[in-house]
Design a protein around this ligand. Structure first.
Ligand code: GUN
Ligand code: ZN
Length: 456
């Protein structure tokens, strides 16, 4: 017999069920900085977890048996075996227009910029080209489990417009900005102090705070901006202190000498940016390899962050980043992990951790697996002042997750048979894992990538 009351109830249950996503599997989350509090106190590991998500956020996280009664009826649980659920990876320094020049053979920074980068970036005045690359770039981010990035466009405003449009379509938390350059670059890649300011302001007013998007004022680096342009960038940041500021800092010895020649009156490289009001919270400086103690102390005092870009630093022969100095417990600087594509050679934060570990080894510092994963999750979120939103799996946080397959290749599978601890398992993944390890990615609680399936 028909029962209208039961039908209404059924459809309500179905609606509630459709709005929830429930995952089951081993999960690792981060709650503090392991460089400061140690690995154990910095993490939360559940060998059999429930992650319940609704409305783009995590609503429950903990032991599956203890929480399973909270799963609304009708919600199907997706069980990931031999896997690890992690906060989505965060990449805090990357150039999407350089996707097309990854692995371009060359010398060091300045030569590489002139020979490849400045040539490729000229193509981004064309909307169609920029959109194709932005789509490919975001697809690759998902394929490696990266859900948030701090991104450089080119000098062309359209390169940033299309990037934001594509990120918005995927509902990804992304931060990007138009590059500012008014000297020492090809004519086709230069703006002026005034046009750079005006274009950045327009983009910022259009995109910053729209959905999950944020804007970053982006002077490329001191050698390609006149004092007038740096001053304009500082003035803009002062007007909009909630936006980000990204640039390069002390990556290469010749670059440092060049900056000294261009700005002889400044105390050091960081002081150039400081002089123009470009050092503060939500400033993210790429590289920071050849910094003096005064510069480290200033980053710490100002709450500015350094993006460590290991594969890029190796590729361009830039130098060895010093974790022991950066994370000195007396003044621990915010550090996040970054790919710096296209000088970086992999989208994968697992591969980036691999190289970060080896670089640390070369200066006598053994980076723990927990420290490495932290740098690509909560540590990166702290660098961006987003640690209340992403980088951690907990109720109230945005539901950006990566599910790693812990047996993604025959070799890793074989190796895992001889693995006994979480630390060891994490370390094996970061030494040998790559995009093949990404089993699934959730963006704001929705399945955005699943290995073997195609996503638009
Ligand atoms: N310094 C200034 N611009 C760049 C860039 O595009 N890549 C890298 N690695 N360093 C830079
Ligand atoms: Zn860079």
């Amino acid at each position: 017999m028909l029962n209208p009351a039961r039908n209404v109830e059924n459809s309500r249950t179905a609606q509630v069920a459709a709005s929830f996503t429930a995952l089951r599997g081993a999960a690792l989350s981060f709650k503090a900085d392991p460089f400061r509090v140690g690995d154990e106190a910095a993490t939360r590991y559940e060998s059999d977890a429930l992650v319940l998500m609704q409305g783009g956020k995590v609503t429950e996280f903990g032991n599956f048996d203890s929480l399973k009664d909270r799963i609304p009826s009708g919600v199907e649980v997706v069980h990931y075996r031999d896997s690890l659920i992690l906060p989505g990876f965060i990449d805090i320094h990357v150039h999407y227009p350089q996707t097309q020049i990854i692995g371009a053979y060359g010398k060091q920074l300045i030569d590489w910029l002139n020979r490849y980068t400045f040539v490729a970036e000229q193509q981004f005045s064309h909307e169609g080209h920029a959109r194709d690359v932005a789509r490919f770039f975001l697809g690759e981010c998902l394929r490696v489990g990266t859900t948030t990035s701090l991104v450089y466009g080119t000098v062309h405003p359209v390169s940033v417009d299309v990037f934001f449009e594509e990120a918005e379509r995927r509902n990804m938390r992304m931060i990007a900005g138009k590059v500012l350059m008014d000297r020492n670059a090809p004519d086709a890649l230069m703006d002026t102090a005034v046009s750079g300011y005006d274009d950045s302001k327009k983009l910022l007013e259009k995109w910053h705070g729209r959905g999950r998007l944020s804007y970053a004022i982006t002077p490329r680096f001191a050698p390609t901006s006149t004092p007038a342009q740096l001053e304009a960038a500082g003035a803009l940041w002062k007007e909009f202190p909630g936006v980000y500021m990204q640039t390069h800092l002390s990556e290469n010895q010749s670059e440092v000498e060049w900056v000294r020649d261009l700005f002889p009156e400044r105390k050091n490289y960081l002081d150039v940016y400081d002089h123009y009001g470009l050092v503060g919270k939500r400033a993210v400086f790429g590289h920071g390899i050849h910094l003096g103690e005064n510069e480290w102390q200033r980053c710490y005092d100002a709450g500015a962050a350094i993006a460590h870009c290991p594969t890029s630093n190796e590729f361009l022969g830039s130098g060895l980043f010093r974790f022991d100095i950066a994370k000195n417990n007396a003044r621990p600087v915010r550090v996040g992990l970054a790919t710096d594509l296209g000088a970086g050679t992999s989208f994968s934060q697992l591969q980036t951790m691999n190289e970060a570990y080896k670089i640390a080894q070369l200066s006598g510092f053994s980076l723990s697996a927990i420290q490495a994963y932290y740098l690509a999750t909560r540590g990166a979120a702290e660098a961006l002042y987003l640690e209340d939103k992403i980088g951690t799996i907990a109720p109230g946080f945005e539901a950006d997750l990566v599910v790693l397959d812990l047996r993604s290749t025959p070799l890793i599978d074989f190796r895992m048979n001889h693995c006994t601890t979480l630390q060891e398992s994490l370390f094996i993944q970061m030494m040998m894992g790559d995009d093949r390890a990404t089993r699934a990615v959730y963006v704001a609680g929705e399945l955005a990538y699943s290995r073997g399936e195609s996503f638009g």
